[in-house]
Design a protein around this ligand. Structure first.
Ligand code: ATP
Length: 217
């Protein structure tokens, strides 16, 4: 079985996370996708919602969607004394699950383009496949020659490759374009605009009930 992780800040979770992931699951044949909320250490710009609130929203978002599960390893006390480095999470997963299990890490096109800023990014494929969801406004190609070459070497358009090898491929999915970002949602709420159609109703109600993302009084 191919395990899939979708990492993010989820401040808040929205349909730009969920809809592409659902489409990706049927394109690739994923039985489950685990949402992996990250920890941001105290000296970095913090998510506006607390860790508990981000978690609560994730739980509400997926409670009627059996495709999704939660993986909170980056929030556990041992991990949350420092920033979440994806490479370390993947290494820990491999130690627990061995070398022959399939692992895929899902990200949007924007995250792929930012990879050169990630810790030990060239070694990510030693631990997982990367499944890339389209995202409006982000080009398919990059001017970063090193990244572009790395993508070309590892790219596959055959979803079966992802099941036949435990790691090592980059797959560009034909996921729907969802022009939604958490930044836009936070701004809209701060401007008293409704975001009802951008995220699950239960998450929207929670945001209202907790008075999240409103300007500080
Ligand atoms: P922010 O606006 O605060 O930066 P975000 O909306 O990009 O947040 P994150 O939690 O940072 O959300 O994203 C987690 C993952 O989901 C990232 O890999 C990101 O590329 C991907 N993602 C987020 N929104 C979309 C979207 N609309 N379409 C495709 N992928 C997305």
């Amino acid at each position: 079985m191919l395990t899939a992780l979708l990492g993010g800040t989820f401040d808040p979770i929205h349909y730009g996370h969920l809809r592409p992931a659902i489409s990706l699951a049927s394109e690739v044949g994923l039985k489950q996708i685990s949402l992996l909320p990250n920890h941001i250490p105290p000296h970095k710009p913090q998510p506006e919602a607390s860790t508990e609130q981000r978690l609560a929203m994730l739980k509400l978002a997926i409670e009627d969607l059996p495709l999704f599960a939660l993986d909170v390893r980056e929030l556990l006390p041992k991990a949350s004394t420092r920033p979440s480095f994806t490479i370390e999470t993947l290494q820990a997963w491999r130690q627990e699950n061995g070398d022959s299990e399939g692992l895929a890490f899902i990200m949007g096109q924007d995250s792929l383009l930012s990879l050169p800023t990630w810790n030990k990014w060239q070694t990510l494929l030693d631990y997982c496949h990367l499944l890339i969801c389209r995202r409006p406004g982000y080009a398919k190609n990059t001017n970063n020659i090193e990244l572009q070459q790395w993508i070309e070497v590892h790219n596959t358009s055959n979803a079966q490759d992802l099941h036949d090898s435990p790691h090592g491929y980059i797959f560009f999915a034909h996921t729907p374009l969802e022009n939604i970002s958490a930044t836009e949602i936070r701004l809209n709420i701060n401007n008293q605009a409704s975001c009802e159609n951008l995220l699950p109703a239960k998450v929207w109600h929670y945001i209202q009930q907790q008075e999240l993302y409103c300007a500080k009084k």
